[in-house]
Design a protein around this ligand. Structure first.
Ligand SMILES: Nc1ncnc2c1ncn2[C@@H]1O[C@H](COP(=O)(O)OP(=O)(O)OP(=O)(O)O)[C@@H](O)[C@H]1O
Length: 259
C-alpha cells in the first residue's frame, strides 16, 4: 500500500533521510517514532508527494511517484498537520471548514451542495462536535481544532490517513478524547500513518512501529517486536522500561539520565 525503497533525501550536503526502507501493507496501521528533527515529517511529506527523494522509490496505492499526478493521489490520502491547519480559515464556521475536505479545498468560493453540508454535519457528529458546528473555527480550543481536522480529513473517504503529531499541545483529557476517536477508525477500511515523539500515543489500532534516528530507520515491524527497551534507548539515550497496559505501551524511566 505504501512502499519506500532505498529513499535518500539530501539537502545542502546534509543527509536528512538515509536509505529509508518501509513497507506498509493493507490492514496495518503504522506509527513512526523518533526525536525532534529525525526526519519523520519529511517521510510524511514524501508519502503525500509534497517532497521528492534525492534517490530511491516511493510507491503509494500501487502508483510509483514520478510517474503519476500526485494531486490525484492526494484525493485518496487524508493529511492532518499543523501546517495544513494554518492554511484554513479561522473566520469560517466549523461545518464549512469540515465540508472543504470533500474536495481538498482550503475555502469555498461557490455554493456548497446540500449533500456535502449534510455529510459535514454527520462527520462532526462522529467526533462528538455537532454542538459546535456553527461556531467559528478560530474560537475553538486546541483539542476541538484537532477533531475538526480529523472530521475534515474523513470527508473524502481517504484510503490512507496521515497524521503529524495530532496530539501536540493537548492536555491529558483532550489527548485521550482525540486518541479515542483515532482508535475508533479501526472500524473503517483506512490505513493510518501517525508520527509522534510519544510512545503512549500508540493506541491498540496501531499494529506496526518504525523507529527513526537521524534519518535512519533503526527498527521497523510489529509493535511489540520493535518497542523494546534496547531499541528505545538507541533513540532516546535514556534507560527505560516499557509496561503494556490494555495494549498501550507506557514508558518508565529507570536509573539516572546520562549515567
Ligand atoms: N527542504 C529541506 N531543506 C533543508 N533541510 C530540511 C528540509 N526538510 C527538512 N529539513 C531538515 O531535516 C531535518 C528533519 O526534519 P523533519 O521535519 O522531517 O523532522 P521531524 O522528525 O519531523 O522533527 P520534529 O519532531 O521536530 O517535527 C530537520 O533538521 C530539518 O531542518
Amino acid at each position: 500500500m505504501i512502499d519506500l525503497s532505498h529513499v535518500n533525501f539530501i539537502r545542502e550536503e546534509r543527509t536528512i533521510l538515509n536509505d529509508v526502507n518501509l513497507h506498509m501493507n493493507p490492514g496495518e496501521n503504522w506509527m513512526i517514532l523518533g526525536k525532534n528533527g529525525s526526519g519523520k515529517t519529511t517521510i510524511l511529506e514524501m508519502i503525500n508527494g509534497y517532497t521528492f527523494p534525492s534517490s530511491g522509490h516511493i510507491t503509494v496505492l500501487d502508483q510509483l511517484y514520478g510517474t503519476v499526478d500526485v494531486r490525484e493521489m492526494r484525493k485518496s490520502i487524508g493529511y492532518i498537520s499543523q501546517t495544513l491547519f494554518e492554511k484554513l480559515s479561522l473566520t469560517d464556521p466549523v461545518w464549512e471548514v469540515v465540508a472543504t475536505g470533500e474536495y481538498s479545498y482550503l475555502r469555498f468560493y461557490e455554493d456548497i451542495p446540500q449533500e456535502v453540508i449534510d455529510k459535514a454535519h454527520s462527520k462532526l457528529e462522529s467526533v462528538q462536535l455537532a454542538h459546535l458546528s456553527e461556531q467559528l473555527l478560530g474560537s475553538l480550543s486546541q483539542g476541538e481544532r484537532k477533531k475538526v481536522m480529523l472530521a475534515r480529513a474523513l470527508m473524502s473517504q481517504p484510503r490512507i490517513l496521515i497524521m503529524d503529531e495530532p496530539c501536540a499541545g493537548l492536555d491529558l483529557y483532550e489527548r485521550e478524547k482525540l486518541l479515542d476517536n483515532i482508535n475508533d477508525l479501526r472500524k473503517q477500511d483506512i490505513m493510518i500513518v501517525y508520527v509522534t515523539h510519544h510512545t503512549e500515543e500508540i493506541m491498540p489500532l496501531f499494529t506496526h512501529v518504525a523507529l527513526i534516528d537521524e534519518g535512519q530507520i533503526i527498527a521497523s515491524g510489529l509493535k511489540r517486536d520493535v518497542l523494546t527497551a534496547d531499541n528505545l534507548y538507541r533513540i532516546f539515550q535514556i534507560p527505560l522500561q516499557i509496561n503494556w497496559v490494555d495494549d498501550r505501551p507506557w514508558i518508565q524511566v529507570i536509573g539516572s539520565f546520562n549515567k
